[in-house]
Write a protein that binds this ligand. Structure first.
Ligand SMILES: C[S@@+](CC[C@H](N)C(=O)[O-])C[C@H]1O[C@@H](n2cnc3c(N)ncnc32)[C@H](O)[C@@H]1O
Length: 231
């Protein structure tokens, strides 16, 4: 599983500190450009990934066990994880930076809700969600912004809210300059150690319940962290 992507056209400049961030614009424009290529690349991915399916099934069970409620799939891309969770009985909607991704998600899952937005500035009320899933989307957020993103996640989750974060494991940042459809893109992907992500989550007020590392002997392993807000 290789995750990245690229293109431009969505909500005008989600900003931090009132200044448009180049990394955010580049990520948005890259995924707008490569949305169809990415959607094609990940088609059927869950069918080939028992550990992803098991993680999603466990997440759905935990959300329902905690009384249910709304879940946001943040950085939902073409929406197949959102659709999978919906089929598992979760009240879920998707948010993505890329308007082209959201257009594909709405086309492929017309009964579900998808909105353009950014995890750096969530347009959601405090304590409004039972769960958040962020699968391979925080990978595009630079280190200095990750604490703010996790604070946003904490703010919108209710007590005992559940968070599932998936990411590439490693220490490097890779730049991608060509999308799956061969068009030029400009997006950075940050690979991280689970301990580093877990420490950021603890600093934002989360408790870590579990960490799963997949394909640890490969060039780019994947990791999923299960976390929750306080009781
Ligand atoms: C590698 S794809 C993952 C998509 C999907 N979650 C999956 O597992 O296939 C990364 C997605 O995160 C989105 N994304 C990147 N930065 C974002 C941000 N700041 N806010 C919301 N979505 C973002 C991208 O537009 C893209 O659709």
């Amino acid at each position: 599983m290789r995750y990245f992507s690229r293109d431009a056209r969505s909500p005008a400049g989600a900003t931090l500190s009132g200044v448009t961030d180049a990394w955010l614009s580049d990520t948005r424009s890259s995924y707008d450009t490569d949305a169809s290529g990415y959607a094609e690349k990940v088609r059927g991915l869950l069918g080939e990934s028992p550990y992803l399916r098991a993680s999603l099934a466990l997440f759905a069970e935990l959300v329902q066990g905690a009384g249910g409620g709304q879940v946001a799939d943040i950085g939902c891309g073409p929406g197949y994880v959102t659709g999978h969770l919906h089929d598992a009985g979760v009240d879920v909607f998707g948010i993505d930076l890329s308007a082209e991704m959201i257009a594909i998600a709405r086309r492929d899952y017309p009964g579900l809700r998808f909105e353009v937005g950014t995890m750096t500035d969530l347009d959601l009320a405090d304590d409004s969600l039972a769960g958040i899933i962020a699968f391979w989307s925080v990978i595009h957020v630079p280190d200095h912004v990750v604490p703010r993103v996790f604070e946003q996640f904490r703010r919108v989750l209710r007590r005992q809210g559940l968070l599932l974060v998936g990411f590439h494991v490693g220490d490097e940042t890779r730049h991608t300059s060509e999308g799956y459809t061969g068009q030029p893109i400009h997006v950075d992907t940050h690979h991280r150690r689970p301990s580093k992500v877990a420490d950021w989550l603890r600093d934002a007020g989360f408790t870590i319940d579990a960490e799963l590392v997949m394909r640890p002997d490969e060039d780019v392993p994947g990791a999923i962290i299960f976390a929750r807000t306080d009781a």
